[in-house]
Design a protein. Structure first.
Length: 379
């Protein structure tokens, strides 16, 4: 996909701050008529708007970077397209929305006594458990379509409309269109994906000042901060230390297998041999997953960051794990599932399946999320 990685890093900080516009028209694919009042926004950013009566729209003040442009309207399928903004105004060809087939079905409403617990699990995982999450609330949890599979321990969720999130810690109202959500309790695995748009909350001067401070605190030390520091070639100046972490698997069985074995042997007649088996499998639960060695000498930025042949797209990767520590001493371990993760000028990873976080960055959720076009104030 992206070839010819240049080993010599030539990064230009001024690319971060260029801004431009995106314009176009929205039409009904079947009738060819304009679609007014459709929502047009850049996913995970603070840029968005509505189409005019003639179906036209213009998004302004768009920072350089790669975005998912999303168009939604009642009665139509959602539209997505990827745009790479590089300082030149973009005028799109007519975007065709596909009318959504509507079929009235008989609905049987069943009361689920466990729904309240599932909503609470979803909220804790989706918003997080940080200090910011205490001032963050989902305003319309009734739109969540939740399902829990007791045999696999998986909670799944989706929506057909926007989840409305009010974040009074950072001063945002977030509309989030959830595509999928999976919480696997047995594997301690969490994955969710969707499209969102950020809106500034109105507030008094004192509130605005507090929100600006809280946003800066959320940004400093975050993955967005680190990737932008890499682009600006000021990783050390921004307080990050990057070390090589060598890991070798110990051969520990999965937690689910250990639990199954222990339960099986406990169900058997308790002979000395069976008790030894229980003790053996119980001991395995305390084993580490890896034998690991941290190399104390910090890596150079050219050891893990590369430029690509596509302007505004950068690559990060390493043969071993990376341990990234910010100036507050908070550490994150990155394991690469693919040779490279690619990120744009906004410091946003474009192929998140390429890497896995452990530690600080892995704890960050929607309550700590900033729009991808966030800029740290100079003061």
């Amino acid at each position: 996909m992206l070839k010819n990685i240049i080993l010599l890093l030539l990064l230009f900080p001024n690319l971060l701050f260029a801004q431009t516009s995106i314009s176009g028209n929205i039409i009904n694919k079947d009738s060819r008529k304009p679609v007014p009042d459709a929502s047009v926004f850049l996913s995970n950013a603070s840029v968005g708007g509505k189409t005019n009566d003639d179906g036209s729209f213009t998004l302004t003040n768009v920072r350089n970077g790669q975005y998912d442009l999303v168009v939604t309207c009642v009665g139509f399928e959602a539209f997505h397209t990827t745009l790479l903004v590089n300082g030149t105004a973009i005028h799109l060809a007519a975007i065709e929305l596909i009318p959504r087939a509507t079929e009235l079905k008989e609905v049987t409403i069943k009361y689920d006594p466990s729904r309240e617990r599932y909503v609470r699990i979803f909220t804790d995982e989706f918003l997080g458990r940080s200090e910011n999450s205490k001032a963050c609330k989902i305003l319309n949890p009734e739109i969540l379509d939740l399902d829990f599979d007791k045999s696999t321990g998986k909670l799944t969720a989706s929506t057909t409309d926007f989840i409305i999130i009010e974040n009074k810690a950072l001063g945002y109202r977030i509309k989030y269109l959830l595509a999928s959500f999976i919480k696997d309790q047995h594997r301690n695995y969490l994955f969710y994906t969707g499209s969102s748009v950020f809106e500034e909350l109105p507030g008094k001067a004192s509130q605005q000042k507090r929100w600006l401070k809280n946003r800066a605190q959320a940004y400093l030390g975050s993955d967005m901060h680190f990737y932008r520091a890499c682009i600006a070639n000021q990783v050390e100046e921004d307080g990050f230390v990057v070390n090589r972490l060598i890991r070798k698997p110990t051969g520990k069985p999965t937690d689910s297998l250990i639990k199954a074995k222990i339960n099986y042997f406990r169900s058997q007649l308790q002979t000395p041999a069976i008790q030894d088996s229980i003790a053996n499998w119980s001991a395995k639960s305390g084993m580490p997953m890896y034998n690991q060695t941290l190399i104390n000498k910090p890596l150079s930025i050219t050891d893990y960051i590369k430029r690509t042949e596509r302007k505004g797209i950068f690559a990060i990767g390493y043969q071993d794990c990376l341990m990234i520590t910010d100036k507050k001493g908070r550490s994150t371990i990155i394991t690469y599932n693919l040779p490279y993760a690619f990120f744009d000028n906004n410091g946003v990873v474009l192929n998140p399946e390429s890497n896995t976080f452990e530690g600080y960055w892995a704890t960050l959720r929607m309550a700590d999320l900033l729009p991808v076009d966030y800029q740290l104030p100079e003061k």
